[in-house]
Design a protein around this ligand. Sequence first.
Ligand code: ATR
Length: 531
Amino acid sequence: MGSLPFTMSDLQLGSKAVQSSPTLLCTPLMGTTVDQMLIEMQRAKEISADVVEIRLDCLKNFNPRQDLEILIKQSPLPTLVTYRPSWEGGQYEGDETKRQDALRLAMQLGANYIDIELEVAHDFNSSISGSKPDNFKVIVSSHNFHNTPSAEAIANLVARIQASGADIVSIATTALDITDCARIFQIMVHSQVPIIGIVMGERGLISRLLSPKFGGYLTYGALEQGAISAPGQPTAKDLLDLYNFRLIRPDTKVYGIIGKPVGHSKSPLLFNASFKSVGLNAVYMHFLVDDVEKFFNTYSSIDFASGCSCTIPHKEVALKCMNEIDPIAKKIGAINNIVRRPDGTLMAYNTDYIGAISAIEDGLRELNGAVPAGTSPLSGKLFVVLGAGGAGKSLAYGGAQKGARVVVANRTFERAKELADKVGGQAMTLAEVEHFHPEEGMVLANTTSVGMKPNFDATPLAKHALKHYCLVFDAIYTPKDTRLLREARESGAVIVYGTEMLIRQGFEQYKNFTGLPAPEELFRQLMEKHA
Ligand code: ATR
């Protein structure tokens, strides 16, 4: 599978000759009866789809003249009629002539589009030449359920589809890697004819969401979760409400969260709502990434991968793709926030530690009142960090940077020692912390997973030890109110929830991405609603 040496930075967005009108949102109707499809088309209209795709191959007892008459005439939206045969991934297994007759009939009865497969398109188009109504267009489609060929091969395919007499070219390939989408984007941007470019599968999701950026004629959005006509299809509701599909334009900046898995992340919801609230021309999506280096090498333009959040398992691997790393993030050895600077280089941060430390500092301010400007309320405090994993490192380095006297306590002493030595602190085992109270008013941060759902009854430090702390933070946010925090509250300490770290690290990411302050209230409301 060869490919042209090309990256997304080669895309010249202004060069498209057929500058498209806005990309249409088409909802496939998958009902097995005409009545079901009639209900579905009303729902499609309600959720403000632009076109419905009548999938004739889904109908159980299809009576062409009678059913098409009803479906086309009663549709509240323009209709695209598809009668997909099994040899192209559909459900129709009958006679080919009858199938094409039904499509011709759909045209005569006023369908706005019909979709015909490249395999038979030449003959089909010859059969209707001269009899095509105004406002009727033939989409000639080609589906590849195995992979996404090289850019040359796709270009050749487009030429063949065009030569078959297509009004609209439709290509659907399959993503084996998220970077496969780049080849389809390249073809779409340079296409001289209206084109639908879809990369199927989970790794192809961005091709569906970003159709408007690359001038796609249409994209498909399912009526509901699971009611999809091809792998990887998002719901129309997600396209519209989650990804702000109608606001995406060729010059929209693309941000996202890279991870594997990543579909569960709520970050797109937070960032897209925030971008929209201030009218920022930007979109934030889920990037299901297998190979971080390949991802950044492929999507390397200023407006594509303008910024990324980074989650498991890429927080460490991503380090080696960066041009510059925030010094503390470098020490921690993990990044979660990547910004592409105007010169194209990548700068990385770790906003986890900033989020946690700032929440702890605010908690201390609440307790002790203001401290002199430029001084951290953590400065001089005895700061006990439980755990020496990724989160433990973030808290220990963050605390040390603020001038705290750091103690690292961990189940495995060697890990505690290693981290404590790096931050100039003291190491001990978890068992030792129970009897450690050289002074009162210490600060405690739990970064172990002890107490995390479903182990609600577990706690990393016995209640009797908590009375020596003035503030207790728990990085765990499921549940929000851990046993540790409950007992700390009962012991009179100020408590800081793990959700605060989560929210505040998001504020920092937003600031780094946009150079603007984060809409904090909106972030909090959305987190509350969707947590
Ligand atoms: P993270 O990146 O979230 O910090 P991690 O790197 O896997 O996750 O680290 C998990 C931390 O929780 C470690 O400090 C681990 O202690 P060990 O280094 O001894 O493994 C701690 N941890 C996990 N389960 C624990 C348990 N049941 N009791 C005590 N500590 C535990």
